[in-house]
Write a protein of this length. Structure first.
Length: 114
């Protein structure tokens, strides 16, 4: 993995694939019970602010995969500073908090006891 500025030692890459085709990835880490999306790339989309329908589905899937992972490791929220995703992230419930966008995991993942 190429170094991502500011990443914790627990950083992971979530890679989205369709069969053998890689569609994109998101780099996440966990800091203080928060999953941070540090970097995202949707292959074939040079500018995340200009997502077409297929690219938006890919970005949405990676955000939701990040939230699902967050729920499994005990995080309570997800945050990011990834440039270009702001309009999409606002549409799925992220809000501004200083220089970051944040969302409680409950916007994406509901958990219950069995």
């Amino acid at each position: 993995m190429q170094t991502v500025h500011g990443a914790e030692a627990n950083a992971k890459i979530l890679l989205m694939c369709d069969g053998q085709n890689e569609l994109g990835y998101v780099v996440i880490d966990m800091k203080s019970s928060t999953i941070r999306m540090l970097k995202m790339e949707v292959f074939g989309c040079a500018d995340l602010s200009k997502l077409n329908e297929q690219n938006r589905i890919c970005a949405d899937s990676m955000v939701r995969a990040s939230a699902s992972y967050a729920a499994t490791v005990g995080a309570y929220q997800i945050e990011t500073q990834i440039a270009g995703l702001e309009r999409y992230l606002y549409s799925v419930g992220f809000i501004e908090s200083g220089d970051k966008l944040i969302s409680p995991l409950s916007n994406f993942v509901k958990t219950s006891k069995c």
